[in-house]
Design a protein around this ligand. Structure first.
Ligand code: NAD
Length: 419
């Protein structure tokens, strides 16, 4: 692959899929059927801006495969969104849903925009416009969006409201997950991605003989996934020595009080300047000496350039696609255990699934019920992946996670007669 191709997430996921199908000796038809999304929609969304001008935004929704059920996956608002990125993310969602045994295929959406430059009114009109443009293609039994980078429960509420209007005024909360609790959201959804990630770290640490109350961690990205991961790791006794966000990175050898840091970030919109912290360069964060590294920002952060310098024993991919395939090989050669994104951050979609189930039933579970189910489902998925790696011997956890997922997907493809 050329350098450009190495960072194209769509080519990366195709390569990961190919490697796993070959290792499993699956018929070539499996790769052939899964190598492209089933449907990719491009929409333009004209938005009336606060100053009276019109601005048109471009958005995408990719639906990879519905062989296991309706497609499912988040919507991100980011200036760097591309169609290839959205396609790749929808494919990762398929394998993520597969590894945690959900009755879903993968979907993903994105709008090219900088939400930080939009007023609340502009953001609402953009969110509603997008929901309206994709309304014919989504639905509780078709494709169910959720939050992702720079979208949140409020954005989901506007989108659900708009979708329901397009359906003649029905009230169907199951079209979207990650909603506010009052509108049919699930307890535990806001922390689910991080919680699931922490369960996988705990299980890996157990297998590797790492004592968490003596361990250190570094977190890249301090949003929904990263900040809660930091807090939950700290609850297990892990010392969080460095964190970063889009504005920069901070370090404290003694460890941060994560709850105070979260409060600080809320009022200052960045972690920079937090009491007792030392500012460090953002690229240093991934190669710092620590036991656990949690990339929780964007794709392509660990590359062939910095992978040789990664010192963590465990890399838990809270973010989607943070490690390039070349970097992955280097980390594996160096004995770093990478808990792959499709397993490490699957907690979010698991609780999104619980939210959808609760919406369909119209009956809501307690926080404890959600937490117990999530833990059981994540630990089962982790064990299956770890055991698959041991069974094949020469594969890393990422390939093993693909294998777990592909076993189910291949069976579904056969049973439906698609291959
Ligand atoms: P978010 O918008 O809540 O937070 C993103 C964070 O990343 C912010 O703190 C931002 O400042 C930081 N960031 C952006 N660019 C950065 C950079 N170059 N360096 C360091 N930090 C940077 O988003 P999120 O929901 O936490 O998502 C983060 C990652 O986790 C994404 O890859 C997303 O796909 C993945 N993920 C999220 C969920 C979920 O439920 N939220 C589920 C699965 C996967």
């Amino acid at each position: 692959m050329t350098v450009h191709e190495q960072s194209n997430p769509f080519l990366i996921v195709q390569q990961q899929l190919k490697e796993a199908t070959e290792k499993m000796n699956l018929p070539a038809s499996v790769y052939e059927v899964l190598k492209y999304p089933k449907r990719v929609l491009t929409v333009s969304i004209p938005v009336k801006m606060d100053d009276g001008s019109m601005k048109t935004f471009i958005g995408y929704r990719s639906q990879h495969t519905d062989v296991l059920g309706p497609t499912k996956g988040g919507i991100r608002f980011h200036p760097d969104v591309t169609m290839d990125e959205v396609k790749a993310l929808s494919m990762w969602m398929t394998f993520k849903c597969g590894v945690v045994s959900l009755p879903y295929g993968g979907g993903k959406g994105g709008i090219i925009c900088n939400p930080k430059e939009l007023s609340k009114g502009e953001l609402e009109r953009l969110s509603r416009g997008f929901a309206q443009s994709i309304s014919a293609f989504i639905g509780p039994d078709k494709d169910i969006p959720a939050p992702d980078v720079y979208t949140n429960a409020q954005v989901m509420a506007w989108m659900m409201d708009e979708y329901n209007k397009t359906q003649g005024g029905i009230n169907n909360p199951g079209v979207i997950t990650g909603k506010p609790i009052t509108l049919g959201g699930s307890l535990g959804r806001d922390t689910a991605t991080a919680q699931g990630c922490i369960y996988t770290i705990r299980e890996a640490a157990n297998k590797m003989g790492i004592q968490l109350d003596k361990a250190t961690a570094v977190i890249q990205g301090f949003g929904n996934a990263g900040s809660h991961a930091a807090r939950l790791l700290a609850d297990l006794g892990v010392t969080i020595i460095a964190v970063s966000d889009s504005r920069g990175a901070i370090f404290n050898k003694q460890g941060f009080n994560v709850q105070e840091l979260m409060d600080y970030k809320k009022s200052n919109s960045s972690v920079l300047g937090f009491n007792g912290s030392e500012e460090i360069t953002a690229d240093k964060i991934l190669t710092m000496a620590c036991d656990i590294l949690v990339p929780a920002a964007l794709e392509n952060q660990i590359t062939s350039k910095n992978a040789p310098d990664v010192k963590a024993k465990i890399v838990a991919e809270a973010a989607n696609g943070p490690t390039t395939p070349e970097a992955d090989k280097i980390l594996t050669q160096n004995g770093v255990v990478v808990i792959p994104d499709i397993l490490a951050n699957a907690g979010g979609v698991v609780v999104s699934y619980y939210e959808w189930v609760q919406n369909l039933m119209g009956y809501y579970w307690s926080a404890q019920e959600v937490a117990e189910k999530l833990e059981a489902q994540m630990v089962t998925a982790f064990d299956k992946t770890w055991n698959t790696r041991e069974k094949y011997g020469d594969v890393d956890l990422r390939t093993a996670a693909y294998m777990v997922s592909l076993e189910r997907i291949t069976e579904a493809l056969r049973l439906r007669g698609w291959i």
